[in-house]
Design a protein around this ligand. Structure first.
Ligand code: CMC
Length: 434
């Protein structure tokens, strides 16, 4: 543990003379945290925090978010600077190792990742087992989990070298799996990775290339893809990362842990939101229908949400959304798309939502997913692949958090408690007496 004791709080159980003093811990940035570990021992009470809105589940040195100020830092570096000046592989190095690489370190890392981009040939057969219309996220859960059966030299999670290779394998192979999941769904041949291309370029090549034609890379689009990957690379203890950590805390296989993260990411409240935004825009259909849609969102009984809006932590602009919006304009300009009705609708929705009391009071701002779908659609990526792309980017975050967990001496199996509200203890009643 590297957090520092900053004080204490005294908790007194009302109506009794029992009390305890709980240490307060401080990290580098962010609020103080009450260390409640001895609360149950001293007072016999648990804490209750469904959704973990006020609970720090671990110490971490990887990513910092200030939700009130709209700040996101990877290893201390602001996301705006990284998105402008860095590239995705450098970000992978940074997240995994804690520091930016020098040239030699970068080259060695690049070589390490590209060395692992191909899949075991037998892993190919897994794809044929899926229905042609399977959602690519379903294929991702299955095939990434199946990697556990292929790389037996990564089974000892206590060996740092095996962990290092597992990290390389995941960062390198997940784009290949993602691209093949797409190719399978459209009936095109799988393309083997090309190690002479950059990470984002190679991914776009495996998605869009065909063996019959020479592939022409568009540097603006690969730069946009690289930026999308950077923006999604890590995001502190979100639902999928916490899932990876919880699975990892049991000592489970790293590939299985990442498959668990992919499953958690799939939901529309999390990574599935980028796909849901486009579906929502398509359903609204026209700018003139937006006011009606917004009033539906505000009606509690409708259960309709403005997808791509709101965030558990950001109560201000999601800094990733700002960069995504700029990238969206760049990509549309590069592609010569002057009138994109989806973008017009998105901008009008943002304008209305940001001036509407419902959204202002609840501090609901566009999040990273609000504009990413429009960019991806313009780049010709089908909607069902949007969340897959998020998974490709987030793999490095999951792996970095998993590695940090395994290397943390204070880590224990994750095991929350509950408030039991079921039947009290009672005797079994034989069937003929019920
Ligand atoms: N549209 C309409 N109302 C909303 C929305 C929304 N998108 N998000 C939150 N609210 C309302 C919510 O109904 C509640 O109102 P009230 O206080 O009257 O009950 C209030 O705002 C607080 O919301 P909450 O549900 O307590 O917030 P949460 O922190 O539990 O949920 C969220 C966060 C991201 C799941 C939610 O905002 C949401 O479902 N947004 C849409 C899905 C989305 O865009 N998700 C992507 C998140 S960013 C990328 C990622 O993490 O994967």
């Amino acid at each position: 543990m590297t957090s520092k004791a900053t004080g204490s709080i005294t908790v007194t159980l009302d109506g009794s003379n029992k009390s305890t003093s709980l240490p307060l811990l401080g990290g580098t940035l962010g609020p103080q945290v009450a260390d409640i570990r001895k609360l149950y021992g001293d007072l016999g009470i648990f804490t209750y925090d469904p959704g973990y809105g006020a609970t720090a589940s671990c110490e971490s040195t990887i990513t910092y978010i200030d939700g009130d100020e709209g700040v996101l830092l990877y290893r201390g570096y602001p996301i705006e600077q990284l998105a402008e000046k860095s590239d995705f592989l450098e970000i992978c190095y940074l997240l995994l190792n804690g520091e930016l690489p020098d040239k030699a370190e970068y080259d060695a890392f690049h070589k390490g990742v590209t060395y692992h981009t191909m899949l075991h040939e037998q892993l190919k057969s897994f794809f044929n087992g899926f229905r042609r219309d399977a959602h690519p996220m379903a294929i991702m859960c299955g095939v990434v989990g199946a990697m556990a059966a292929f790389y037996h030299d990564n089974l000892n999670i206590n060996d740092p070298e095996q962990r290092r290779i597992a990290a390389f394998r995941l960062i390198a192979k997940v784009p290949t799996i993602a691209a093949w999941a797409y190719k399978y769904s459209i009936g095109q041949p799988f393309l083997y990775p090309r190690n002479d291309l950059g990470y984002a370029e190679n991914f776009l090549y495996m998605l869009n290339g065909v063996p019959a034609e020479e592939y022409v890379n568009n540097p603006i689009l690969s730069r946009a893809m690289d930026r999308i990957l950077i923006l999604h690379a890590d995001h502190e203890q979100n639902a999928s990362t916490s899932t990876v950590r919880l699975a990892g805390s049991t000592g489970a296989n790293p590939f299985a842990c990442i498959a668990a993260g992919i499953a958690a990411l799939w939901g529309p409240a999390h990574g599935g939101a980028n796909e849901a935004v486009l579906k929502m825009l398509a359903e609204i259909g026209d700018v003139k229908n937006i006011p009606q849609f917004i009033s539906e969102v505000k009606d509690k009984n409708s259960h309709t949400k403005l997808m791509g809006f709101g965030h558990r932590v950001y109560k201000n602009f999601d800094p990733r959304a700002k960069i995504m919006k700029e990238t969206c304009h760049e990509v549309l300009a590069e592609l010569g798309i002057k009138d994109e009705p989806l973008l017009d609708m998105a901008m009008e929705m943002e304008r209305i939502a940001l001036s509407d009391d419902y959204f202002i009071q609840r501090k609901l701002y566009p999040n990273v997913d609000f504009y990413s779908g429009i960019i991806l659609k313009a780049m010709g990526i089908p909607t069902s692949m949007f969340t897959v792309l998020f998974a490709v980017a987030r793999t490095v975050g999951w792996v970095s958090q998993w590695k940090e967990l395994i290397e943390d001496p204070s880590q224990r199996i994750g095991r929350p408690r509950q408030i039991y509200t079921g039947a009290p203890a009672r005797d079994f009643v034989p069937m003929d007496k019920r």
